[in-house]
Design a protein around this ligand. Structure first.
Ligand code: IMP
Ligand code: MG
Length: 187
């Protein structure tokens, strides 16, 4: 991605809104109820994968009514612009023992599936009471490893998307909606 030098450069890259704020709100309220039903009053640990899932975590944690703790992990898979690097690095780990927790991983998007496959394997090896994955977005057509989230709020086609926590070159995370990124503006 070329550097963004002006507000005009920035705005040009927001191609079109794919999912608006109301649609996100509605889907999160429903997912919160689904989670409440799944855990039926049992306490959970919501684990957000940074940075992309920080906005989603902030909203989903307020949509659940079961007792809940939050925790953060940092897993990196995209290193530059829109190109996947293929290897996943845990750059910040949980600092608690998860053997007494029902763990719910909160992710922004499942793309190739590599990040979550690795994170799930890692956390499963630590023997939590249970482990599930909730993702805001799923791009199943891009899968390179087999992976199916337990809850997915939106299935989207193969577009690189930005906003609501998702970035391109660290920008756009603060957009309140999910938009398609205009890759043509980089040429
Ligand atoms: P995966 O390991 O290929 O499934 O990639 C997952 C990570 O890549 C996500 O957690 C995102 O941080 C990032 N990613 C994948 N697709 C997109 C996208 O369309 N926009 C922004 N980030 C993305
Ligand atoms: Mg992510």
């Amino acid at each position: 991605m070329k550097n963004i030098h002006s507000i005009d450069d920035y705005n040009k890259r927001i191609k079109r809104v794919l999912i608006n704020e109301d649609q996100i709100k509605e889907a999160i309220a429903k997912a919160g109820k689904d989670i409440d039903r799944m855990y039926d009053g049992r306490p959970i640990l919501l684990v957000s994968i940074l940075k992309g899932a920080f906005v989603f975590l902030a909203d989903i944690c307020r949509a659940v009514s079961v007792p809940c703790e939050v925790a953060f992990m940092c897993a990196k898979s995209y290193y530059d612009g829109t190109v996947s690097s293929g290897n996943v690095k845990i750059t910040m780990d949980l600092n608690q023992d998860i053997t007494h927790y029902h763990v719910v991983i909160v992710e922004d998007i499942v793309d190739t599936g590599r990040t979550l496959k690795d994170v799930v394997e890692l956390l499963r090896a630590r023997n939590p009471l249970s482990l599930k994955v909730v993702t805001l977005l799923d791009k199943p057509s891009r899968r390179l490893v087999e992976f199916k989230p337990d809850v997915s709020l939106f299935t989207i086609p193969d577009h690189f998307v930005i906003g609501y926590g998702l970035d391109c070159g660290e920008y756009f995370r603060n957009l309140p909606y999910i938009a398609e990124y205009d890759e043509c503006s980089d040429n």
